[in-house]
Design a protein around this ligand. Sequence first.
Ligand code: ADP
Ligand code: MG
Length: 360
Amino acid sequence: MLFDPVPKTNRRDFFDREREIDQLKELRTPIVLVLGLRRTGKSSLIKIATNELNKEKDALILYIDLRKFEEKNYVSYRDFLLQLQNEINKMSKKYHYIMDILRRIQGVSIVGTEIKFSWSKENRVSFHSLLDVLEEGSDREVIIVLDEAQELVKMRGINILPTLAYAYDNLKKVKFVISGSEMGLLYEFLKVNTPDSPLYGRAISTVELRPFNKEEAVLFLNQGFKEVNVTFNKEEETYERLGGIPGWLTYFGFSYLESRDYEASLKKTLDHARELIKKEFENFLLPRYIAKKRYYLIMKVLSKCGRWSDVKRTLEAEEGIEISDSEIYNYLTQLMIHSWIVKKNETYCPAEPLIGYAFT
Ligand code: ADP
Ligand code: MG
């Protein structure tokens, strides 16, 4: 069902992204990026494509969901290893040979049918050797998904970039699919354009999911309702009020099916969006709490778009002191890197309409 509010796992339930699914499945480079704002369907796309690769080519899939770390100020190697451990355990239930190949690695112990990773300083499992044994011991492709990988920017005590670069250059079977909603931040993390960084100069193929335009949104709503035999004729109006983010449209469709009340479903979607966006903004503010009030004010000023001078004037009026250009520059840059706002010519706008709505 198109309006099912969870990430999709089957192509059938995913509207109009055939080209993107096929492009991702090609895995044209050892690392493939999946980019798009929150709720444009990245996790769904990845799940659908990797499910198909598993069915068609028996590829092994390790799916690491890094969104779990959104509310944390930093991520330790232990956090990362534990996630990997969970996924490896799931995988080894189906592919028993995994256990045998992992035995060879330092820091891995097998207790009954459970694989345990150690993270103690002297005996910790290295990500590098894990990839090595997967490459050597496996006769099929191994796809490691790092979903919402910008969270790895917060990782302390280890840098996984050299390992990613090593895998890129040397491993034939191990491939990475790396997704990010905060696109600027993801590039900052991977440092593909920084000359002395491990991944410098590597070609990385990218699949981008854009929000639906009006025509696509109308068609999506239309098909979604048709599929369940419900009459609906406010597609255009709905797009005007909610914008083209697939996740919000899905949520709306789902609510409407439950209540059959147009205004109530719109309101429910807007309330839900506001709440989620605010929570995500609070996560963004975690390491920036000193400037919290300023960031809120900037988002308010820009909720219906605005210029640099609007931001500066409002902040200064609020605080009654001069705020330097470099400070303003820094705030706006951070908001852009994290995909809260976009710059069009000299104007700064919310990255999608409901972000604007959340701050009015
Ligand atoms: P992301 O990982 O980019 O945040 P998700 O894959 O979690 O996005 O999708 C958000 C919501 O939107 C989910 O409920 C998903 O089912 C729905 N969705 C996104 N894109 C589509 C699409 N093309 N067709 C149907 N549903 C979609
Ligand atoms: Mg996701």
